[in-house]
Design a protein around this ligand. Structure first.
Ligand code: ADP
Ligand code: MG
Length: 263
């Protein structure tokens, strides 16, 4: 049995319309199918990237696996237990900024560790993870005094300090400038290598998936179904421009997502 199992998962969202329907308006009302009979398995320690067209249902799937949404057909099983609610062992890093703006970096990490009674153990843990994301010297800064990349690293540290079994990342590089995006990405790859925890990441950057993933899963247009799943056995660090196999896979994925020519 795999670490995470998703069996026959289907989900519809109810589309509430605020405005009166205009004549000729063909947009959907009522239940909109978003996920269509998804069957997936994830191994412990695996880094899996999920790609798919915008609005196909990627975030919906992640929220269901993480236990935030329980209104669906099918089942999600993690470590032999059926998922019924969100858990502190499975942490979510959203695409929006998740740090509390009135708390320092240190306090933000401390908040996630409020269940640890022993102050020394707690402080050591905070120091360890601030170290891991190289934010030493910025512990007492409020998030607004950090760059976008540093904020994202602080968020990662906060998520990882809890020592979750699984880390869910929903487009974690959104809003970062290009170079910062590449740097934070590299850091996530290193962190994954270091802590070896299961990571499921949604991204719409195909290159991110090629550089980071042990396995790539591609979804169709909504309602999402799995149209490709591919294991990537390329050694790291990966360079798409220097590895023919990665380059070919990149072309294949672009084509699959409806883009036939990529510079
Ligand atoms: N809470 C919700 N209520 C109604 N419709 C929703 C809700 N969340 C998402 N949707 C709709 O479901 C579809 C899939 O959304 P989402 O999972 O966020 O897509 P993705 O993350 O792949 O871009 C979209 O059409 C979106 O408008
Ligand atoms: Mg999304």
């Amino acid at each position: 049995m795999s670490f995470i199992e998703i069996n026959n998962l289907s989900k519809s969202h109810f589309n509430r319309r605020r405005k009166k329907r205009a004549p000729g308006d063909s947009s959907e009302v009522g239940f909109i199918p978003v996920l269509d009979d998804i069957n997936l398995e994830f191994e412990e320690g695996e880094m899996v990237c999920i790609l798919g067209p915008s609005g196909c249902g990627k975030s919906t799937l992640l929220k269901i696996i993480a236990g935030f949404d329980t209104a669906y057909d099918g089942e999600v099983i993690i470590n032999r237990k059926k998922v019924k609610s969100a858990s502190s062992e499975h942490i979510f890093v959203f695409q929006q900024n998740g740090l509390l703006p009135w708390m320092t970096v240190w306090e933000n990490l401390e908040l996630g560790l409020r269940n640890i009674q022993d102050v020394e153990v707690k402080n050591d843990r905070i120091r360890e993870y601030i170290d891991l994301v190289e934010l030493n010297g910025f512990e007492d800064h409020l998030p607004c005094y950090l760059s976008g990349g540093m904020q994202r690293r602080a968020e990662l540290a906060r998520a990882l300090a809890v020592k979750p079994d699984i880390l869910y990342l929903d487009e974690p590089f959104t809003g970062l400038d290009y170079l910062t995006h590449l740097k934070v990405r590299e850091e996530v790859v290193n962190i994954h290598e270091y802590i070896g925890k299961t990571m499921i990441m949604i991204t719409h950057f195909i290159d991110d998936a090629l550089i980071m993933a042990d396995r790539i899963i591609i979804f169709s247009e909504r309602p999402a179904s799995v149209i490709m799943t591919r294991k990537l056995d390329f050694p790291r660090p990966r360079n798409i421009n220097k590895n023919q196999g990665l380059g070919d896979l990149r072309d294949e994925i672009f084509l699959m997502l409806g883009v036939s020519y990529v510079a």
